[in-house]
Design a protein around this ligand. Structure first.
Ligand SMILES: O=C(O)C(=O)C[C@H](O)C(=O)CO
Ligand SMILES: [Zn+2]
Length: 280
C-alpha cells in the first residue's frame, strides 16, 4: 500500500488534564513520517488540517484522495503546501513539473487533480513534508525558493532561544485560503523554540521537528499556559497543537522544525503571549 492515513480527533483542555503519557502521545504525536516509498497522512479534526510526508525512491508517488475526504481527488476542496527537507525532488502538478531543492517549497491551489512526487536520485531521495487545509477558492501554484521567504531573527543566546524563522507560505509571499507554513532553525547553543510561548485560539498548529541529531531529542511543551504537559519528540516526528495550547520546545542539541497552521485568520502575528514566569 502506497498511502497510509490515520485520523486524530479533537480533545478538550479538561480531558487532556487527565491523560497519561501514552494517551498524550497517541492523541498529539505523529511518529511515522518520512517512510520510504509511502505517502503518510494524518487527518486532524482541528481545522481539518492534514500533516504528512512523501518519500519517493525508484517510482513516483501519487497523492490520492483518502476516504475521510469523500472527494474524487485530494485537492477537490483543499490547498496544499510542500517543503522538501531532503535531496532534489520533483512535484508534478498536472503537466507542470516543479523541481524542489533542499528547503524549497511549493504551494498548490485547490482544484489541481494530478499530483505526483518523485526523487532525482532513488539512493538520495527527496523528503517532502506536506500540509493541507480546506480551501474555498483556487489560487495559483507557486514555488517558494530560499530567497523568496521572509526571514526573522528571534531570541538571544543569553536566553537560549536564538533562532532564525523563515516564513514560506504566508499571505505576504503567496496567496492562500488559510494555510500558513514556515521553518525555524535554532542557532548553535540555543535550545528553546517559541519561548516566550504563545497561544492563538483562532488557529491550530503542527510542529514537525527535523535535523535532530541521532541520540538527541526535543522536549515539546503543550497544554494551557497554566496546565502544561510535555512530549519527548525524536527526529522527523510532529506534534499537533490544539488552538488552546502552547507549542514550544527545548532540544538537547540543535534542531529545526516546520510549523504549519490554519484556522480563523491569516494574521501570523495574532498571538497571545504567555509570561514565562507564569507558566505552570
Ligand atoms: O520559534 C518560533 O517562535 C516559531 O517558530 C513560532 C511559530 O512560527 C508559531 O508558533 C507561529 O504561531
Ligand atoms: Zn503558534
Amino acid at each position: 500500500m502506497k498511502t497510509y492515513y490515520e485520523t486524530r480527533y479533537a480533545s478538550s483542555p479538561q480531558g487532556v488534564k487527565s491523560y497519561d503519557t501514552q494517551q498524550l502521545r497517541d492523541e498529539f504525536l505523529i511518529e511515522n513520517l518520512m517512510q520510504q516509498d509511502q505517502i503518510v497522512l494524518v487527518y486532524s479534526h482541528y481545522d481539518r488540517f492534514i500533516s504528512g510526508s512523501a518519500v519517493p525512491t525508484v517510482n513516483p508517488l501519487k497523492l490520492e484522495a483518502i476516504d475521510p475526504l469523500k472527494a474524487d481527488y485530494f485537492l477537490e476542496r483543499r490547498e496544499l503546501g510542500i517543503i522538501n527537507i531532503g535531496a532534489e525532488g520533483i512535484v508534478k502538478v498536472g503537466d507542470l513539473e516543479y523541481v524542489l531543492q533542499h528547503r524549497e517549497a511549493l504551494y498548490v491551489g485547490q482544484g489541481n487533480k494530478e499530483i505526483t512526487f518523485s526523487s532525482k536520485l532513488a539512493t538520495n531521495p527527496a523528503l517532502f513534508y506536506i500540509n493541507s487545509t480546506p480551501a474555498h477558492k483556487t489560487y495559483p501554484n507557486k514555488k517558494i525558493g530560499i530567497n523568496d521567504v521572509e526571514v526573522i531573527e528571534l531570541g538571544a543566546p543569553e536566553t537560549a532561544n536564538a533562532r532564525t524563522l523563515r516564513k514560506y507560505i504566508v499571505n505576504s509571499v503567496v496567496d492562500v485560503c488559510q494555510l500558513q507554513m514556515g521553518m525555524t532553525t535554532l542557532k548553535s547553543g540555543s535550545s528553546w523554540n517559541t519561548m516566550p510561548a504563545h497561544v492563538h485560539d483562532r488557529r491550530m498548529e503542527v510542529y514537525f521537528y527535523f535535523e535532530i541529531l541521532e541520540d538527541q531529542a526535543v522536549c515539546h511543551f503543550m497544554g494551557q499556559p497554566q496546565e502544561t504537559r510535555h512530549i519527548w519528540v525524536a527526529n522527523n516526528q510532529a506534534v499537533i497543537s490544539p488552538p488552546w495550547s502552547i507549542h514550544s520546545g527545548s532540544g538537547t542539541s540543535n534542531y529545526s522544525f516546520i510549523w504549519g497552521m490554519a484556522g480563523e485568520n491569516l494574521d501570523y502575528g495574532d498571538m497571545d503571549h504567555c509570561k514565562i514566569n507564569e507558566l505552570k
